[in-house]
Design a protein around this ligand. Structure first.
Ligand code: C6P
Length: 405
């Protein structure tokens, strides 16, 4: 089934706006996706009709809000195929989810001399929390290398796995290069040595099917704002038995069972990890985002974006002096590039003047930039509301930028 792109584009009001007098061409979906009408309407409805705190009051609005909030958890559970709703924890975003795991997993399971394996492809959010945890526990962070195309070297990974490995954490899709990592195979290999596995799904949740039971991952993290939902909301999936063994992340309201000055006991999952008033409106609107994606179909999205990537790769490859950084065989719709004699920031600024939004810089992946021998790149990250006409406009925009520079 092909997508009705015109109808889909109408669902994203921001696509109708102009920037610097030019129609907006939004190719920065890796940083954050635009918001669809159901999400905007959900936020509007919550703040104009339903706003109240949840899990606390016996009054109508509080009870109603609690029901809507918990419906969102059930939607997330179904979306990622978690076994139980209480394995879905709401957080502030991917970064928050990974920090939670690094902190609490380390507290429960890490000892001196243990190893945490991370790949060169990681976002800083999936490096620094592990470095902090490792430092506290006397454990070690070990880097799994990649090849020049930006693919994980599986044979090296196998060699690095061993009895000391307690955790492997990697992204499903690299934000900087678009590499789709073979996470199912990597998870099975990690489990063979008794290590646990965290999947950073920040870049994949809106672009690829995620089934946590099929993957058999131990933890998975994503952000709502990268799947058309509000900022300030994220999800952590964790296997029940592991979450139960881990201590709480933060103390506060909602995460307790009984509090006294002598001793405090904690609430059951998922509340044990959800201290304080959450982003209620945001969590409820995430349901609208996931329902929207499901109504289009993740398989259809994958196919459309794959075709768009093929088209864009072909077109950009023909531009003289342009080099694509990251050429993995299995890639998602992200193209990072550099141009001879042009700084990525200048490319980004000049494209912006033409209404084209791309991201430039190190994309919070400094070790990866070093490995690829570039200080920075310009990155176009596509989504199912982008079109081949927009790719053509990007190509024309780059040609114009080159002339200017
Ligand atoms: N990448 C990008 O432009 P937060 O900020 O918590 O929502 O997501 C952090 C994060 C973690 N892992 C990966 C793979 C990511 O891509 C990101 C966010 C954005 O590439 C902003 S740096």
């Amino acid at each position: 089934m092909s997508l009705d792109i015109k109808k889909i584009r109408d669902d994203f009001p921001e696509l109708a706006r102009s920037v610097h007098g030019k129609p907006l061409i939004y190719l920065d979906n890796g940083a954050s996706t635009l918001k669809c009408r159901p999400v905007i309407e959900s936020l509007n409805k919550h703040y104009s009709e339903d706003a109240a705190n949840i899990h606390r009051g016996v009054h109508f609005l509080s009870e109603q809000g609690t029901i809507e909030f918990e419906k969102s958890r059930t939607t997330v559970q179904a979306f990622i195929n978690a076994k139980n709703t209480h394995e879905v924890i709401f957080t502030k975003g991917t970064t928050d989810s990974i920090n939670l795991v690094a902190n609490c997993f380390a507290e429960a399971f890490l000892n001196e001399g243990d190893e945490i394996l991370l790949t060169t492809l990681e976002h800083h959010s999936n490096i620094v929390p592990w470095q902090i945890a490792a430092k506290k526990k006397g454990a070690k962070v070990v880097e799994v290398p990649i090849n020049d195309q930006g693919e994980i070297l599986i044979e090296e990974y196998k060699k690095l796995l061993g009895p000391k490995t307690k955790m492997v954490a990697t992204n499903h899709i690299s934000n900087s290069l678009g590499t789709i990592n073979p996470i199912k195979e990597m998870i099975a290999l990690a489990h063979e040595v008794g290590a646990k596995f965290l999947v950073d799904a920040a870049q994949s949740v809106a672009h690829a099917k995620i089934d946590v039971q099929d993957l058999d991952c131990d933890f998975l993290a994503f952000s709502s704002h990268k799947i058309f939902g509000p900022t300030g909301v994220g999800v952590l999936y964790g296997k029940e038995e592991l979450l139960n063994e881990m201590p709480p992340y933060q103390g506060g309201g909602d995460m307790i069972d009984q509090v006294s000055f002598e001793e405090t006991t904690y609430n059951d999952l998922p509340h044990k990890f959800e201290a304080g008033t959450p982003h209620i409106a945001g969590v409820i609107a995430l349901k609208a985002a996931l329902d929207y994606v499901s109504s289009i179909g993740i398989k259809e999205i994958e196919q459309y974006e794959h075709d768009l990537l093929t088209y864009a790769t072909e077109k950009l490859s023909k531009i003289e002096g342009l080099r694509i950084v990251g050429t993995a065989k299995n890639k998602a719709s992200v193209i990072s590039f550099v141009i001879d004699g042009a700084h990525p920031h200048d490319i980004g600024t000049l494209l912006d003047r033409q209404g084209i939004a791309v991201r430039t810089g190190h994309h919070c992946t400094q070790p990866l930039m070093k490995r690829m021998n570039v200080p920075a790149t310009a990155r176009a990250s596509f989504c199912f509301y982008n079109t081949k006409e927009e790719v053509d406009a990007l190509v024309a925009g780059i040609e114009k930028t080159k002339e200017f520079l």
